[in-house]
Write a new protein. Sequence first.
Length: 189
Amino acid sequence: MNRMIPVMVCALVAGSTAAQAGGWSDDYGRHSGYGRDLGAYIGLGVGQLRYNEDGLDTITPTTAMVTIGAPLSPNLAIEGRLGGGIARAETNTYGVEVRSLFVGYLKGSLPLAPGFSFYGLAGLASVDLRRDFGLVDSHDSGLSYGLGMDFNLEAGTHLNLEWTRLATGNNLGYDYNVDMASIGIAWRF
C-alpha cells in the first residue's frame, strides 16, 4: 500500500488542478436528455472488502483505489482501477490484508432521472491477498461484476456507491469469495 499513496495523491492533485483551471464543462458532450456529459474521468474511492471463507466469520479490510474511465457512448464506458489495502483486518485471530487490486470493467449505465443513474459492471479483476492462515499468499484473477449508483454533482463531479464481486477461490479445501462495497468520487474533464 505504501506505493499506492503517491499514486492516489497525484491523481487527486491532477483532478483538483484541472477543475480549478476550468477543465470541467457541464456543456461538454451532453446527450440523452439528462444533461450527462461524456468526458473522460478520474476518481478516487474507498471500500470495505469482504473476505468470506467457509467456516470463518467475515473479515473486512479497508481498501482504496484510483479509477480512470472513458466513455464509448452515452451509456457505455470502459474503466480501469488500481488499488490496495489501507489496513489489515482480523476476526477471531484470522487476518487478511489486501496487497493489490487491478480491475478492468465495461460499465453500462441506465439514467433514471436528471443527475442519477444505475450502472452495471463486468470485467476482469486481479486481487493479491495475504492471510495469516492456510495458504498465506493468494493471487486470484478472473471474472468480476457489480452494480452501482451514480449521482451527478456540480461541475462534472460524480459520486458513486457500488458493490462488486472481485474474486473467488479455494484455500486448502475451503471455498472463499471476495466482495467489496465502496464509495467514490470522480471528476470528468
